[in-house]
Design a protein around this ligand. Structure first.
Ligand SMILES: Cc1cc2nc3c(=O)[nH]c(=O)nc-3n(C[C@H](O)[C@H](O)[C@H](O)COP(=O)(O)O)c2cc1C
Length: 179
């Protein structure tokens, strides 16, 4: 089975998972910026991975445009965000990005990434600075903060990396064992 891993990554976390998957499954990997419909035709199975930006998954337009044509082929989609891999977060991400009809064409996974402010582009830095400002003013007012918000605030100064090769096991076994 010839597998292609297509990834959309801004600061490297999704790319790292794509590379691990490529090694483990002996699959080819390609950036979402370079992939074409013709390229997809060369393969029998696909893994599409994108990072989360305000709950939207990078690369969904391309995935949605192509999944129906790939109907008979084994396909997995994974999202990578800074949030912990909690069931309700994963369901929210899946359902906000794909209709129930679209979800029939692939199996969905969530692989936790990390956060590296220093590697963000200008636009994302501005967005995140607004978030940082909001979190800091919450802190100053003594309002209660969730563990996630505290973690987010701390990660502006020190990058956090929750990537773990163990996380890809579910996807690997889906392709190797079919479950
Ligand atoms: C503007 C912005 C919005 C984000 N929104 C989310 C989000 O909704 N959920 C989440 O889990 N992570 C969110 N993140 C964190 C990224 O998804 C996370 O850093 C991811 O690992 C980045 O992967 P990449 O480097 O492959 O693009 C956001 C980051 C930025 C800069």
């Amino acid at each position: 089975m010839k597998i292609l891993v297509v990834y959309w990554s801004k600061t490297g976390f999704v790319k790292k998972y794509a590379e691990w998957l490529g090694e483990e499954l002996e699959a080819d990997i390609i950036s979402g910026k370079e992939v074409t419909k013709d390229k997809l035709k060369e393969y029998d199975a696909y893994i599409f991975g994108g990072s989360l930006y305000a709950v939207g998954i990078n690369g969904t337009d391309f995935i949605k445009d192509n999944i129906k044509q790939l109907e008979a082929k084994k396909t997995a989609v994974f999202a990578t965000g800074a949030s912990p891999a909690k069931k309700e977060i994963i369901e929210e991400v899946k359902n906000k990005n794909f209709s129930s009809e679209e979800q029939k064409y692939f199996k969905f996974f969530y692989l936790r990434g990390g956060f590296d402010y220093s590697k963000l582009g200008f636009k994302d830095k501005v967005l995140m600075s607004i978030m940082k400002w909001k979190l800091n003013s919450k802190k100053k007012k003594g309002e209660e903060m969730t563990e996630e918000e505290k973690g987010m605030l701390a990660s502006f100064d020190n990058p956090v990396d929750f990537t773990d090769k163990e996380n890809i096991k579910k996807i690997v076994s889906y392709f190797k064992k079919g479950s």
